[in-house]
Design a protein around this ligand. Sequence first.
Ligand code: ATP
Length: 436
Amino acid sequence: MPEAGPDLMDKVVNLCKRRGLVFASSEIYGGFRSTYDYGPLGVLLLRNVKDAWWRSMVQLRDDVVGLDSSILMSPKVWEASGHLANFSDPLVDCRNCKERWRADHIEDSCPNCGSRDLTEARPFNMMFKTFVGPVEEEAAEAYLRPETAQGIFVNFMNVLQTTRKKPPFGIAQVGKSFRNEITPGNFVFRTREFEQMEMEYFVPPGEGPRWFEYWCQERMRWYTDLGIPSDFLRLRHHEQDELSHYSAGTADIEFRFPWGWGELEGIAQRTDFDLVQHGEHSGERLEYFDQSSGERYVPHVVEPAAGAARSMMAFLLSAYAEDDVGGEVRTMLRLHHRLAPNKVAVLPLSKKETLTPTAREILGLLQPHFQCDYDETQSIGKRYRRQDEVGTPYCVTVDFDSLDDRAVTIRERDNLEQVRVPIDSLVGELGSRLGP
Ligand code: ATP
């Protein structure tokens, strides 16, 4: 990873646009307020980030199960969770230029015009409000969820009863959340619509602090295992006055972005706050009952909550590299194999019709196993560069000898090594190189 100067950010953002990873939303209408769309390669990358999270949090564990709850929920959920009363940012208005700012994001003057004539800070609720049904009246008001966590809490008993899990156990969810952020920005770092990867881990009372430590370590490891250098990551514990209304202790996993340290994930000890609140507001008992010991308790919760796009940005910034190949600058993404949008590119050496049937046959052989690209335009050198630039770990080149010897060349992105492999063993060879 190059030093995190401001031009690194420009280079990565340009790459995202140039190669169709991320587009400004509604671009033909001039864009729309810091919203973004993920293009053909971006959707693969983002999906791989979410899949890597799911794999480590659900697939590889027997103590965590998954859930997909709805974005629209009963407004009573937000009353009970405290979001209606507390989910706000302190806002100040500049009386001179009328710009509005988050009080904790500015010093004592307006960043736009420099005026010190600012209003007192006032709370501004960040939940998006909408109406459900045909009549726009107060009784039909609902909110887009500002976090996925509450969908997990309100399903606690459903999951407990249907899976017969016993604390400590977790429920994981990946999905969209919405916050009416005052100052979105830094590309996809802060947007109003974003995806979260959240897990609520339910533990016996008293075991919160221990599991909090455990999840801080586990989650740090996830980022380093997928290629983020450890000196670009830190765990920052919140000061007492920074804690959310529900938290007995929070630590943020932060990444050294080109503009400074920024949060990728928050790990919070939510205590029994949410289950108690929903228990009281709904009248349902949200408890765990241990039949063998006759013990009954409201579990405490440790929550690792990460953002998909923020993680994706950190992976991109960490993977970006430029090296010198034969006097020419080669731009590349040294993405972890699991994250790379395409795993393999099939490249016939030339566009000659004699090569096409064999190249297509190989593509058909690989597609059921790996996400593949196929490219037969331009010189082979240019096509290799295009694949390096978007992090494709392996290129498979089909040449005229392939027609006789039924073998192809595998070229590796990182060390440029080339090996000749029989077509019959290609799937196994690539599979063992790419890993599960
Ligand atoms: P911040 O302090 O940056 O506003 P937060 O502490 O409010 O974030 P959490 O409520 O802890 O964020 O949400 C968990 C994760 O969801 C964050 O670490 C981040 O990765 C992601 N996230 C939160 N808000 C946004 C947003 N507006 N855009 C993109 N991702 C977000």
